[in-house]
Design a binder for this molecule. Sequence first.
Ligand code: UD1
Length: 421
Amino acid sequence: MSALLIEGGKRLHGAVKVHGAKNSVLPILAAAILGRGESVIHNCPALSDVTASVAILEHLGCRVRTEGDTLWVDASQLVRSDVPDALMREMRSSVIFLGAVLARTGEAEMSFPGGCELGPRPIDLHLAALRRLGAEVAERAGALCCTAVGLTGCDIVLSLPSVGATENAMLAATGAEGVTTITNAAREPEIVDLQNFLRSMGARVRGAGSSVITVEGGRPLHGGEHTVIGDRIVAATYLSAAAAAGGEAELTGVDYRHLSTVTAVLSEAGCAIRSTPERICIRADRPLRGVRPVRTAPYPGFPTDAQAPVMAALCTAEGTSVFVENIFESRYRHVDELCRMGADIRVEGRVAVVCGGKKLHGAAVKAADLRGAAALVVAALGARGRSTVTGLAHADRGYQDLAGDLRALGAEITRTEERET
Ligand code: UD1
């Protein structure tokens, strides 16, 4: 198993292109099965979650080929409508295939995704949306069996703006006769990206990016072509790395408008950030300052996925910073490991208080989830001495080449094969 060896305490200086967004490409790959033909998806990141999605597509009967960061998905002939348990376990977000498989084949069967490292991950809103569209959903022995004789357009009102439920409703609605309106939809940029891909397939979808999305369904879709947006959370991670280590970094390939709440916090902490449509440049001179409370919220609020790396950057800031995690229950699993590096963070329920002004030192730490892995790397870059970060299977779900990108930014970081403890 792998480890990252990081020699911390060195200022960064460099530039990197941010790869395509994980949270865009996963629903887009699911959407590809809606087209009776071949879809071409550019800027597709090489992530373990993408490998898992491709395995599901192939199981369903799609032919998939890859060249560089372009993926071709030929969904002309689907031969199955089930996702076996082993493939579901590879990736929790595979529930996103439910709406698409149902719309294309009229049935879908998969195991219940269950909880994950962030705590319980209910899918009640996904299922309620599918039922509203006319699907029959049976839950038995940990498996979900959905059938639909014919889906019909309807009004779906989400009780909270769930990203996955919005996407599943959009995908299923493309196969429903008539108009579907999704109210209190999630407004994340990845939803707009999904809408753009669906439109390239001939779907009539509008409103993504606002709270009301309308889908005129029931039209046969063809293959589409699309370039996936840059990953705003990867960008947030690299900005946090520069903030923690000090120095200068330039990021391209990502839309700065998707990062406004993250850059606002880092600016408040004392970083100089300059954004143009082409690039985001950050200059950071330590010490940073503590910031006003950071509350995670659905987009356009501060993203829960950026909470861990930004917290890691603020461990050494002068003064206290408070984080309030409003989206997921178990999203502070990086805290104990940060404390092993010398951070002083106290957690009570949803609130984490970061008592800054501490000097971090290198340590052997292990990641428990994807963004937690990013946080440990960020902290290690700002710490004095050598750190070893393990638990990298989590990082590989969302970062194509964390070590390579950070080296391009001037960090001393190598990846080795080591036994994990
Ligand atoms: C997506 C992202 C994830 C991000 C999250 C919040 C992908 C692949 N993943 O996850 O990186 O952290 O959005 O921005 O895009 N909920 C319910 N019932 C449901 C669905 C959700 O109660 O049926 C709750 C969840 O428990 C959570 C909240 O809604 O508390 C938000 O979850 P949701 O927006 O659905 O997140 P995901 O789509 O799973």
